[in-house]
Design a protein around this ligand. Structure first.
Ligand SMILES: Cc1cc2nc3c(=O)[nH]c(=O)nc-3n(C[C@H](O)[C@H](O)[C@H](O)COP(=O)(O)OP(=O)(O)OC[C@H]3O[C@@H](n4cnc5c(N)ncnc54)[C@H](O)[C@@H]3O)c2cc1C
Length: 390
């Protein structure tokens, strides 16, 4: 496989020491018209919160909310607060968790599965987890230390021979991904938002402003402000601005069948993250009954999100299978029931991007989820709406 590795650490170990956190004050008058392009986790939630903040919002998506080409279109996504010493993302996750819980009550549908997140640590010290412990304490969301004998007692299916210890974050778990994008979109429409399915491109520009969007339906749409939340497509839509900033890489996940007698045991297991420092495997055992999901977090080859080949790389699968057999010996010969090829929309340092277009002052760009953005959707949408309100 032609490997592409960002210089930053990878998703599950993502923890830059600090980020320059400033939310722009856009200060758009209430009732202004805003068009959001992209109904994934970033655009869908932003559109909903912009609407709730009093703007007239139109949301446009080429293939529909939570579609299979999009990054938000997988079955499930992990939700965890652990970000090493990075308190910003820890706090963003805490807020997102509150909002996910609030919305699933509203929707009367379980979207958040509080299975916990288990971190397999190979060494005594693991900054990605250790440095988040004070934040967890501050929020009264303490992690639980598990020695290998605790692990063996609690989860007999795990081979702990090469693990030093584990931390269990009992407040994390997983979210239903594509289904929640659709629910957000339904809520947006129910609360008065306008949704259009079409491919949108920036249209004419004059006096430092974008005047309209050109839609694949032949229509033009104009607005006071525009927010492009097009995930991996941002680089293609704005090649001069984001072409080199957003790098789309091929990522693979596999769903394995578990033995029938053990189905409910695996469904109750926590999400796990393996800190071996090399392949960065993680898994969602219950995964909405779609099979024992394992993801490979190391960055894959550069990928075209529209036309890229969505079949898995046999070499990557074979390595993942070997790892599964090692860590969960019962699953050594587990059948592959499904696989998915998705893509990370990597920013240069793994931080999210929310920036004004350098020429069109009424246009904003939101993206760079970099393999960890989904869970933050509601909190990020809320922040974006606050910025628009000023
Ligand atoms: C394998 C994998 C595992 C991941 N695991 C996790 C995890 O466990 N936890 C986590 O929090 N995050 C995770 N992520 C990251 C997370 O899924 C993404 O950061 C997040 O979904 C990005 O959302 P988005 O809205 O920016 O992009 P997308 O979901 O891709 O949405 C962009 C939308 O824009 C639309 N669009 C694009 N161009 C146009 C256009 N020109 N006109 C109209 N519409 C357009 C697309 O149809 C799409 O719906 C993972 C990602 C991958 C690939």
């Amino acid at each position: 496989m032609a490997g592409y590795q960002l210089s930053m650490s990878t998703t599950n170990t993502f923890s830059p020491a600090s980020i320059p956190f400033e939310v722009a004050k856009i200060g758009l008058p209430k009732k202004s018209k805003v068009i959001v392009v992209g109904a994934g986790a970033f655009g869908g939630w932003s559109a909903l919160y912009l609407l709730r903040s009093g703007f007239q919002v139109t949301l446009i998506d080429a293939w529909g909310p939570g579609n299979s080409l999009s990054t938000s279109g997988d079955e499930t996504r992990v939700i965890r607060s652990t970000y090493g010493a990075n308190e910003f993302y820890f706090n963003l996750n805490v807020r997102a968790l509150e909002l996910w819980k609030e919305h699933q009550q509203q929707w009367k549908k379980q979207i958040f599965f509080n299975t916990g997140v288990l971190w397999f640590c190979y060494q005594e010290k693991n900054p990605i987890v250790d440095d988040s412990i004070p934040f967890a304490r501050k929020h009264k969301m303490d992690y639980e230390f598990l020695s290998t004998s605790d692990l063996n007692k609690k989860y007999s299916s795990i081979n702990t021979s090469d693990i030093h210890h584990a931390w269990l974050d009992p407040y994390g778990g997983y979210l239903k991904a594509r289904e929640s994008c659709q629910l957000v979109n339904e809520t947006f429409i129910r609360e008065g938002g306008n949704y259009i399915q079409a491919f949108a491109k920036p249209g004419q520009m004059a006096s430092g402003k974008l005047l309209n969007l050109q839609l694949s339906t032949g229509q033009k749409q104009s607005s006071d402000a525009y927010l492009f939340a097009c995930g991996s497509w941002l680089g293609q839509l704005f090649p001069e601005i984001l072409g080199r900033k957003i790098t789309c890489t091929k990522q693979e996940v596999y769903y394995f069948g578990v033995p029938g007698q053990q189905g409910s045991v695996y469904d109750r297991m926590p999400v796990w993250i393996d800190l071996d420092g090399q392949d960065h495997y993680y898994g969602i055992p219950g995964n909405n009954h779609r099979g024992f999901k394992i993801g490979v977090d190391i960055r894959g080859e550069i990928f075209d999100p529209t036309n890229g080949d969505r079949t898995y790389n046999p070499e990557t699968l074979s390595k993942a299978r070997k790892f599964i057999g090692h860590r969960f010996p019962e699953l050594k010969n587990a059948p592959l029931v499904e696989s998915r090829v998705c893509h990370y929309e990597n920013s240069p340092d793994g931080n999210f991007i929310f920036e004004q277009h350098p020429i069109a002052e009424n246009t904003w760009l939101l993206g760079g989820g970099s393999g960890h953005g989904f869970k933050h959707g509601p909190a990020l949408g809320e922040l974006v709406a606050r910025a628009f309100l000023g």
